[in-house]
Design a protein around this ligand. Sequence first.
Ligand code: NAD
Length: 506
Amino acid sequence: MNASVIEHFKRAGHLDRMFIGGEWVLPETLARVGVVDPSTEETVAEIALGSARDVDAAVAQARSAFTTWSVSPVQGRALLLDRVHALILERAELFAQAISLEMGAAICFARSTQVPSAAQHIRVARDNLTRYPFITHRGDMAIVREAIGVCGLITPWNWPLYQITAKVGPALAAGCTVVLKPSELSPLSALLFAEVMHDAGIPPGVFNLVNGNGPEVGAALASHPDVDMISITGSTRAGVLVAQAAAPTVKRVAQELGGKSPNLILPDADLARAVPPGIAAAFRNVGQSCSAPTRMIVPRERLREVERIALEAVSGIVVGDPRSQQTTHGPVANRAQFNRVQEMIGIGIAEGARLICGGAGRPEGSSRGFYCRATIFTSVQSHMQIAQEEIFGPVLAIIPYDSVDEAVEIANDTVYGLGAHVQGHDLGAARAIAARIRCGQVHINYPAWNPHAPFGGYKRSGNGREYGLEGFEEYLETKAILGSQDAPAAPTRNPESQAFDESNGL
Ligand code: NAD
């Protein structure tokens, strides 16, 4: 099945290319990196690695395109996003195969979740664009919201397409032009995305893709004097480096970083309803989600009951070949991640946490591939390393509490503040607890995913918000125009932009 993704790239001839200024161009250097299939540990393709010089070329194109794209009509931008959305769905199977191959997602999961939810960010950006009041009035003052400029977008490998669309969709909708640097560990879905942009008819320079690693290409984007905003999703470590590199040019920095999200089960919760979805959420995408609720905080007197239900729920997880229809969970995405998970399981055991399933090593029957065992530690104490650090793998910590106040204290007891869950019968009480948790998003009793909900971190989980209206507004500047009784009714368009739109069918 994966052969067809690779065949696609061989036919398209894009593996050794960057997408800059509307064209597939060769990079400045000959550096290459292998794409490793985590289920076999074999290199299945090689992609070209860009350099700081490719970043310069891409930023120059984005800068030049900004003049016209930023003032292009809303309808034109909306039409383009419609086409991007439709093309992602039309090519969903190819995207699903690429994601499964590059980071190991079970094909069923890639098809049912990774790809459709990624497409949603484009639709939401389009809808926000068409409804957005770019000009409002306050007395004789006009408040104008304008595109911030050229945006550098740096994305991770765990939800590779989803993280790309969450940035590119609203940035383009707002009128920004972009240079995307996806993770060097998941470049295939990003290349497919660039093909979609090309085929949707993106005007040259509005969207550019430079593959490459963080320290060279990512850092060059972050420090570039002609980039107005840098948005990174990744580890807190990389987020800090990006902010440092961006500081001298005073650009806007948006950071979506790590997490260690709590799932607080209140004393009145129905455990049969509260625990199994918590297990599913903690292990979804093999635990490689920044907002995965990896700390289940439970009443001490109900600990044994929670453990029994958790063990039953985890027994439904089928770890195996991501290409098999029966597999629910593939391998973790890469060797570094595999080693990290193994190390943290060892640390949990050494710290004295009680292991009730899983553990170190590969699951029985697998001798290669980055497969990990679904692992649950219980009687975990909040100060332990496995309760404090993001593991980013299939490892859950169950932490008992004696009072609800203590539970809230535990929930807030990490440097992170990305997501949280609260389970309880009394909704009023659950909402009161939600208000006390220091994080960007709280889910009460497992509501359905809502792509309009702003997402982002308190504390070291980041700055700024993605998704929905707030995610769109991140890409806007605010201009106050004072002293005119007749505040402008619409942004002025220059004649160049009119010609540009017409020539691009917008
Ligand atoms: P990572 O930090 O290693 O890499 C993320 C991206 O940053 C990659 O594109 C990488 O090349 C780039 N990068 C690395 N060093 C850089 C540097 N010095 N300058 C510029 N760019 C640099 O993270 P990862 O391993 O790809 O992803 C896992 C991490 O991402 C986890 O910590 C996870 O919590 C976080 N994450 C956060 C969110 C969120 O929305 N908060 C979502 C997904 C993942």
